[in-house]
Design a binder for this molecule. Structure first.
Ligand code: ADP
Ligand code: MG
Length: 585
């Protein structure tokens, strides 16, 4: 956890004041039993009410002081640990936003989410516990032992033997129970994803009639969880009685020794009460130290996971922040083709199968490229490589003769308006979502984009029109509506290259063809367009069509050329236009 300590920045004063104030609180706490015994011994026993009253006032004063210290300590500790959490989360968020996709894939998105949420909370809690208890606990233990030494040395020696014994008890319990708690945590994680999958996919579960299987699998998981919980609790259950036995035995010992002293006139009954009080203070402090260590361990595991993200620079070099500063986009090469793929290969998994291999083609500025191929043939991958989202494993992707890797990231991003296969909308109004594409877009621009993407009909029918609130993840819109808004968002962007990646799949043919007309027409400011689709009708009119199968380029040319030269293309064409039998006969 200390590896992250620099994130306390801005809250350092609190991190120092908090523990110090806790120390003062502890100091007050150790005085209390001593004064109590004094009141009993010298006030009550002697019937001196004035003495009792005066000392009572002192006690109240100490209590108030302790309360003030405790409150302010709590305030500073909370500030420091919350500030720490804030800094950490912000740093993580910035880091993740700046990450390239390869690194995101490596961490996986769910894991990045857990790291920014649960792990940060754990580290933050760990720090809070640490600030609260690090000075206080040792001080209480030492203070209580010393104070009891002032009252009676023999009892002090008993305490000094007892403390390590009780501590050992607590630490052994934690040590033996922890593996089970870890298993429980992992079990809960798995159970949660299992539940999520089944509840979200409840229609499929019913449709396939696999309720029984799913229930059995669920039961297996919960039973395992149950077993582990019982095992962990069994260990924890031994702990409390053993420690209580130890402590109560000790109390009896103190009472026995004490009473013989009292009878012998060496010790007063008030002192006995103080000694027992100190014993409980010690016990409480030891118990809290044990929990501190436990939460500290958890915080350590979490902070390691956080540090992995913060420290990763493999693949994070090309971030908008750093790249913009360090990397100037070179001058375009005169006469170079606008887009050029030369012998490009790519694999998501370094040792795995290539998602694309040996792809070579060029596209002139202002031309429209259609990409057709079945699912998994590498269409989205090709489009990602064009945008420089993943670095190629072999060959080169060039725009105006400049390798995409050599672009300044901001310059590169400015080249593209993209509609992804799965549209991502954010919670907010329709207009806000559209302006993600271009913050400067005027109301007229937004309106024009909505019309062009055939989204105007449904948007203006909604309450509030462009101010209609889209819910988280676009839940209150249909798939086709989401696609149309994503398309409108790309339209307002007006970047030189417009990419539609399978983005009309949820639309009917009429809507699709209206959008296509706009895309291929003269009104868009984007000069070069890439249309990815599985439908021949969507790409037929493109200047160039690229046919992909299994990561390989199977054809490149105009519709007419491909019908002549590319068997796969012809097959797709015939099967989709329904002329198959006719052609074969
Ligand atoms: P298409 O868009 O034509 O349906 P993709 O380009 O998405 O195909 O996928 C091509 C291949 O790469 C598929 O085999 C797919 O499983 C794999 N793939 C796609 N995205 C990833 C990813 N993020 N990580 C690993 N493999 C991927
Ligand atoms: Mg795709």
């Amino acid at each position: 956890m200390f590896g992250l300590i620099k994130y306390v920045k801005g809250y350092r004063v609190g991190a120092v004041l908090g523990p110090l104030l806790k120390l003062l609180e502890a100091l007050m706490e150790t005085f209390v039993p001593f004064i109590m015994s004094d009141i009993i011994n010298n006030g009550i026993n002697k019937g001196d009410t004035v003495y009792v009253f005066n000392r009572g006032l002192l006690l109240v004063f100490i209590a108030v002081l302790g309360w003030i210290f405790s409150l302010s300590a709590q305030y500073f500790n909370a500030r420091a640990s919350m500030g720490f959490g804030l800094n950490l989360r912000t740093a993580l968020f910035d880091k993740i936003l700046a990450m390239d996709m390869e690194t995101v894939d490596r961490f996986t998105i769910p894991s990045l989410i857990t790291r920014t949420t649960t792990d940060v909370v754990r580290t933050q809690t760990g720090l809070n516990m640490f600030l609260r208890l690090i000075l206080r606990n040792p001080f209480i233990v030492a203070g209580a032992i010393i104070m009891s030494g002032i009252i009676n040395v023999k009892v002090m020696i008993i305490y000094m033997i007892l403390v390590p014994l009780i501590s050992l008890g607590f630490f052994l319990t934690i040590r033996f129970a922890r593996p089970f708690y870890e298993k429980i945590q992992r079990g809960i994680d798995r159970l949660t994803s299992f539940c999520r999958e089944n509840i979200i996919g409840v229609r499929s579960v019913r449709a396939f009639g696999i309720q029984e299987e799913e229930r059995a699998s669920f039961e297996g998981r919960t039973e395992e969880l149950f077993e582990n919980q019982v095992r962990a609790d069994r260990i924890a259950a031994i702990n409390t009685p053993v420690n209580t036995l130890l402590v109560n035995g000790c109390v009896i010992l103190v009472l026995v020794i004490g009473s013989s002293f009292v009878n012998g006139g060496f010790i007063l009954n008030g002192s006995i009460i103080a000694l027992v009080n100190y014993l409980f203070q010690i016990l409480l402090a030891v118990e809290r130290t044990a929990t501190l260590i436990d939460s500290f361990n958890k915080a350590n595991v979490s902070s390691k996971r956080i540090k992995e993200v913060l420290d990763c620079d493999a693949g994070c070099g090309k971030t908008p922040e750093t790249a913009e500063l360090t990397q100037k986009t070179p001058e375009p090469v005169p006469g170079a083709p606008f887009i050029e793929f030369s012998d490009v290969s790519f694999s998501y998994d370094k040792n795995g199968k290539d998602a694309l291999s040996g792809i070579s083609f060029t596209l002139g500025e202002g031309e429209t490229l259609g990409i057709i191929g079945g699912t998994g043939s590498g269409k989205s991958t090709l489009v990602n490589l064009l945008q420089g989202i993943y670095p190629v494993t072999g060959g080169a992707v060039k725009i105006s003769g400049i390798n995409v890797n050599d672009f300044g990231v901001r310059d590169l991003r400015k080249l593209f308006s993209v509609v992804r296969q799965k549209p991502v909308l954010f919670a907010g109004t329709v207009a806000e979502n559209i302006r993600f594409g271009n913050p400067e877009a005027t109301d007229e621009d937004v309106d024009r984009a909505l019309r062009a993407s055939v989204a105007d009909e449904f948007v203006y029918a909604k309450e509030g029109g462009v101010d209609f609130e889209i819910e988280y993840g676009g839940r209150n819109l249909s798939g086709g509506q989401k696609q149309r808004l994503a398309i409108a968002r790309a339209f307002v962007r007006n970047a030189p290259i417009l990419i539609l990646d399978d983005s009309t799949s949820a639309l009917d043919y009429v809507t699709e063809s209206r959008i296509r007309k706009y895309v291929t027409g003269k009104e868009t400011l984007a000069s070069t367009k890439v249309i990815v689709s599985q439908r021949i009708s969507a790409v037929m009119q493109c200047d160039r069509i690229l046919v992909l199968e299994d990561g390989l380029l199977k054809g490149f040319g105009s519709h007419d050329e491909l019908l002549e030269s590319c068997g796969i293309y012809k097959e797709i064409y015939l099967s989709q236009t329904g002329d198959l039998e006719e052609a074969e006969s």
